[in-house]
Design a protein around this ligand. Sequence first.
Ligand code: ZN
Length: 353
Amino acid sequence: MKRLLRSGKVFAAVAASAVLAFQAGAPASAEDVRARSAPPIDFQLPFTCGQQWRLDTWAHAPALDMVREPDQVGTEGAVLVAAADGVVNMSFSHANAGNVIQINHGGGYFTTHLHLQSRSVGVGTTVTQGQTIGRVGKTGPTSNGHPHLHFELGYDANGNGEASWGTSTAERVRPWFDGVEYGQSNGRTWRNVARDCGGTPPTSCSGVNLDFSAYATIRSGSSGDLVKAAQCRLKDSGNDPGALDGAFGPNVQTATRGFQADVGLGVDGIIGAKTWTALLSHGSTPTLQSGSSGADVSRLQRALTAALGSTVGIDGSFGPETEQAVRTYQSSRALGADGIAGPATWGALQDGK
Ligand SMILES: [Zn+2]
């Protein structure tokens, strides 16, 4: 429950609703193992371009509860769009779940949306990706009066032409958005997730150098480019440090404390190796291995540099040096040392281990 501390007053309500579960069913398992490979459909986060959302599994992985960043402002009434092309399979008001829309995307895949404020499509309507289907709300007693989107990706595992939803025993699987898997286990949070609407996603770090050969401990009174790098990563994590001015003042200290509480680290307002590791790795958790390339590889390389305390070349290219660094990290953290950065490795980095 550590990660609830900071925003306890607001997130506790969602947590309670999640713990209640939407219907009585088997208790949610600690680790949902119903992983599937990436769906053959390019699902996107079902919201308006430019918005960033926080995704939480609470106790109902792989289902996700979504609230808008920062601080949930604008969640209620936010426009909900289709995650992919499909045909509306359900659009009705449910006694527990409130307004529900389910879309059949073909190939056995269904998306189900609960607690909607309003529904703007009826059963049988053909929808295209990005088309408005309703608005986010808090309808139904299991929303606990807290505006959020409860989202499920369903897969028709038994081949009966539908995917059950709403319980831990339903045919729900881990959601994928823009090629990234979410919902791996209970108690997980993903910050500042946005729909890929083409172009470069907005980041506070554009133009800010994040690449250093070492990430020294910084604290109140520190200054320079390393502080600026920390500031933009704090901002991306939803903890606003104020101006990106390279000066570690009270706002940066408060943002650091907020981030530490979010990820379950000791809250001291000092950015040392563990906080650097969590801060630099923060974001999506794509599986990366030899041959991978791009911004996510650079993010991994930075986090490994901080975690290992030794320089890993930050070039966005997953070569032998990166693979060796991943193995070293995995074996020193009692993870299977396969040299592949998958969800467990990302999870450890994002926990500051
Ligand atoms: Zn939920």
